[in-house]
Design a protein around this ligand. Structure first.
Ligand code: NAP
Length: 252
């Protein structure tokens, strides 16, 4: 193993923004681990990225399944002894996840609580599971970075403005608060890990054309990935405990 080659793990990297992020990190010369809950989909994405010249390997990792997360950490330990970059990208929107009848119903007063739990399980608790399993490996890096993929919709400042740019968004008791919780969690990890030089930030990729929004987004996955790459490759004096979009800091 090349001791100077950075090792990066991207969760939910078999498609969408995660896959584009894996591709861009590989293009920067890093060893990239494509986390995917479905082994076949992960291997297929890794194969395609290898065919394009990347040093890319698949890891079967379901963020809601602690055993797969622990196994992934063991594999990284055995093969690479450390982790330099963790991108907590895996996420679900929740609409229709539990019952097709509930599709697109995240309205607080009528929401299906099981769907809310499922969304928080992936978007919030899954991030804690993965981050804590990977922290011993990240602590062995000389410049560890953690990027949590949130959303503009997580911004309570932007969403509470009735005349703001997000005034038209439907109220949500699941996806949107899960991403606000992820932002809150980002600050807590940043505060804990500041003394260790591990920089932890949340990012909003923008409205990106992926399966998660039935391809209604106007940015390409590569464009959405740009801000993830920027925060994953911060210099040692870079920010920690912040929330960033492509144009710079975002309000909480
Ligand atoms: P996507 O194409 O649906 O990709 C989501 C990825 O997460 C897929 O690889 C999916 O795997 C994976 N995933 C879901 N649950 C998982 C689990 N339990 N364990 C491991 N992986 C899991 O969506 P995307 O738009 O690229 O979303 C990526 C991130 O960006 C998400 O956190 C999303 O909330 C965030 N985001 C997206 C937008 C946007 O406009 N697209 C805007 C703001 C934020 P499967 O293929 O197995 O389902």
């Amino acid at each position: 193993m090349n001791a100077h080659k950075k090792v990066a793990l991207v969760t939910g990297a078999n498609k969408g923004i995660g896959r584009a992020t894996a591709e861009q990190l590989a293009a920067l010369g890093m060893t990239v681990l494509v986390g995917a809950r479905d082994a076949r989909r992960g291997e297929q994405a890794a194969e395609e990225l290898r065919a394009a010249g990347g040093d890319v390997h698949a890891l079967t990792l379901d963020v809601t399944n602690p055993a797969t997360v622990a196994e992934s950490a063991e594999v990284i330990d055995e093969r690479f002894s450390r982790l330099d970059i963790l991108i907590n990208n895996a996420g679900i929107t929740g609409s229709g996840q539990v019952s097709p009848d509930q599709a697109h119903d995240q309205i607080p007063s009528t929401v299906d609580l099981d769907m809310v739990r499922a969304v928080f399980e992936t978007n919030v608790f899954g991030v804690i599971t993965v981050t804590n399993a990977m922290l011993p490996l990240l602590r062995r890096s000389s410049a560890a970075r953690i990027v949590n993929v949130s959303s503009h919709a997580a911004s309570m400042t932007l969403l509470s403005d009735p005349d703001g740019p997000f005034a038209g968004l439907l109220p949500s008791a699941a996806y949107t608060p899960s991403k606000s919780a992820l932002c809150a969690l980002t600050v807590q990890y940043a505060n804990e890990l500041r003394k260790d030089g591990i920089l932890v930030n949340a990012v909003a990729p923008g409205y990106v054309d992926t399966d998660s929004n039935n391809h209604t987004g106007f940015l390409t996955p590569a464009q959405g990935a740009a801000v993830l790459i920027r925060l994953a490759t911060l210099a040692d004096d870079g920010p920690t405990g912040g929330f960033f979009g492509e144009d710079g800091p975002l309000p909480w």
